[in-house]
Design a protein around this ligand. Structure first.
Ligand code: MSP
Length: 658
């Protein structure tokens, strides 16, 4: 049994989990499940990264002690795993004593290698991403990764001799071309390392919420030094009893770190360098995925455009959410998250393709064979072609899972689903059933369809474990390992279980489905500056639990929102939308189209000529096929209708509102 160790990043606890965190965790889970099906000895780790200044600050803002804050938010990530049917074997918290011991042990090893020295640090620091940003990389004085304001820091600091590892790292990359995937990422990292590495500040004295540096408790460790070590903590490091040694050598360095693309540098440069210094081997594989975008921007708390996984799981089901994210985002690329996208995939792929197949294959065995799987009798081209498609698909899907290409594995599986549906249509069992002399053909068709469905259930199992279990329940079969998975092994005579609809088609529009405007991202933020153009009246209330996320913004943050006086030139209803009006507004010399969710409160004709206030610098967003360039600002009470802003004194179109 080969050992397979997979990790997610450990998540910061300054924000509650959103689709981005859920995504990495679900992908890691699908990979872990696929390896278990292959018979590997899997260890799957996730957890929370709890130290650092921003957590200390977030707790202060929330008015609770830092440990209490950490407990609460960490628990929400643990809950996310349970909610999304994630099968992690451990959940690590960096505030646990086992982790403090591991991080301090690594520190000691690195110090013993002569790679840590004390100096003074002065420079720019981003507390959101917990990284030092070289002056040359600042973008308008802000962090290039998240756009937050950076802080000037000057303090005594321990340094890690990262520069010493430039050549060893380059040698390591050369010897391990698969170390970082997709491959172009390794090229980027190589170029970065070749351009020269500076020593890294790895301690701070300006806050307390961290792991004390061994023998110098005035310093706490830089969060990344602390955080990266978690991958070893969970294996029992630094204990050196035989059982732990055994575990360490079993799972290390054969580990797969699944990470988002923004933290590649820490994983592909710092982490191997720390390990080399500590006399340990670098991780064998890093898989970097892209970002979920919302309205064109990375979904992230600092941009205020997050979608919460809970609402999608509730509305569409956990399996459908898992399917959507894994089908929609090819490895390494970015993808757009939209309500419309989820609904479309649900109805097309799950209800139509898979749901129909399940329903046809099972109800026909029920109807024509008394619920007992018949034996196949004939092997005509149609049947042998289907069998061939089944075996090719098994091969492809297994290989694609092994190469972490889940999206392609799902595409392959769906090709087979469509092929089986086509096979049924071509054979027309409903016609065969009326022709007693064609019974052999009928039974063969029903057998082959049910058998292919059994294989399909096995292939979707890592991504949609519940659907797979339900399909197997209907077919009356048990879960089977991927080793030995083949077409034609369904045992004739198997009695079907209870048949139930798998993914009933959702006939409602998104508006009806969720009582929401189609222009509000489901589970979207309440931050109107970064949502797609919804009026505040239509934005969902923040979850009560999000109170700890509330933070005051600076005047600079406010000034990022370009509010302008505008005049409505034209207004009309948007076909098929209960809430939306399409407005043409004049802002200074500029005319633009804006969609506003105010149709229930205003007749279009009453708006023409009216002076309103708009957010002028929102990224354009397409709603109901129309591009909206901005957002109308309105006041609203709880569940009440929106009331447009206006002025009691004369203003001019284009004036700034602040
Ligand atoms: N604590 C560090 C990681 C330390 S690992 C030793 C951290 N935490 S985080 O909370 O910011 O989580 C970042 C990770 O969450 C990303 O690497 C990615 O896995 C996931 N995502 C967060 N936002 C995301 C998207 N918008 N899209 C896809 N994944 C995203 O960085």
């Amino acid at each position: 049994m080969s050992a397979f160790y997979i990790t997610t990043p450990i998540y910061y606890i300054n924000a509650r989990p959103h689709i981005g965190h859920a995504y990495t965790t679900m992908v890691a889970d699908a990979i872990a499940r696929s390896r278990r099906l292959r018979g590997d000895d899997v260890f799957f780790l996730t957890g929370t990264d709890e130290h650092g200044q921003k957590v200390e600050r977030a707790a202060q803002k929330a008015g609770v002690s830092t440990p209490a804050f950490a407990d609460e938010v960490s628990a929400s990530f643990r809950q996310m795993c349970a909610d999304l049917h994630v099968t992690n074997d451990d959940f690590i918290r960096t505030t646990e004593p086992r982790h403090r011991d591991a991080a301090q042990a690594i520190w000691r090893k690195v110090a013993a290698a002569g790679d840590i020295y004390k100096g003074d640090y002065e420079g720019w620091y981003c507390t959101v991403d917990e990284i030092f940003v070289p002056e040359t990389q600042l973008v308008d004085g802000a962090c290039p990764t998240c756009g937050s304001k950076v802080e000037r820091l000057k303090e005594e600091s321990y340094y890690f001799r990262l520069s010493k590892y430039q050549q060893p790292l380059l040698d390591f990359y050369a010897a391990h071309p698969d170390f970082l995937q997709p491959a172009f990422r390794l090229n980027e990292i190589r170029t970065f390392v070749e351009s020269g590495l500076q020593d890294l500040s790895i301690s701070r004295t300006s806050f307390q919420w961290g792991i004390p540096v061994p023998d110098d408790p005035a310093h706490v460790m830089y969060v990344w030094f602390d955080a990266l070590t978690n991958y070893l903590t969970a294996l029992g490091f630094p204990a050196d009893d035989p059982a732990t040694q055994d575990r360490l050598s079993r799972y290390w360095p054969t580990v797969t770190h699944l990470v988002g693309k923004e933290i590649i540098r820490q994983h592909a440069i710092y982490w191997p360098a720390f390990l080399m210094s500590a006399g340990m081997l670098p991780p064998s594989r890093i898989i970097a995925h892209g970002f979920w975008l919302m309205g064109g921007a990375k979904m992230s708390k600092s941009f205020g455009n997050v979608a919460r996984y809970q609402e999608y799981a509730e509305t569409f089901g956990v399996d459908a959410l898992r399917y959507f994210v894994m089908r929609e985002m090819p490895l390494g690329q970015d993808a757009n998250f939209s309500d419309d996208g989820v609904l479309t995939r649900f109805n097309a792929d799950l209800a139509n393709d898979l749901g129909n197949l399940v329903s046809r294959a099972t109800t026909m065995v029920q109807r024509y064979c008394g619920g007992i799987v018949p034996a196949p009798h004939v092997q005509e081209a149609l049947d042998t072609n289907l069998r061939a498609a089944v075996s090719t698909t098994i091969e492809r899907v297994l290989a694609n899972f092994e190469g972490f290409q889940i999206t392609i594995a799902l595409q392959d599986t769906w090709e087979l689903i469509r092929a089986v549906n086509k096979y049924i249509v071509e054979r027309e069992p409903w016609t065969l059933a009326k022709q007693p002399d064609r019974r052999a053909h009928l039974e063969t068709t029903l057998y082959e369809a049910a058998d292919a469905l059994r294989v399909i259930a096995a292939l979707v199992d890592p991504v949609m474990p519940d659907a797979a279990t339900r399909i197997r329940g209907m077919l009356g079969v048990r879960q089977e390992p991927w080793t030995g998975l083949a077409g034609g092994t369904l045992v004739p005579g198997t009695r079907l279980g209870t048949i139930e609809p798998l993914f009933p088609r959702i006939e409602k529009t998104l508006e009806e489905l969720r009582g929401m405007s189609t222009d509000t991202p489901a589970g979207g933020t309440t931050d109107p500056a970064t949502t797609t153009p919804a009026t505040p009246a239509t934005a969902p209330a923040p979850p009560a639990a999000a109170a700890a996320d509330n933070s005051r913004i600076s005047i600079d943050d406010f000034m990022k929102v370009d509010l302008r006086v505008a005049t409505v030139l034209q207004a009309e209803a948007v076909p098929k939308s209960r809430k939306l009006l399409k407005l043409t507004v004049r802002v200074g010399a500029d005319d633009r189209t804006i969609l506003a969710g105010i149709a229930e409160a205003y007749a279009p004709e009453a708006l023409v000529g009216r002076t309103i206030v708009i957010v002028a610098n929102l990224k354009p967003a397409k709603l109901m096929g129309i591009e909206s360039n901005g957002m109308v600002v309105a006041a609203s009470g709880d569940g009440g209708k929106p009331v447009l802003l206006g002025f009691s004194e004369a203003t001019e179109s284009g004036w700034r509102v602040r």
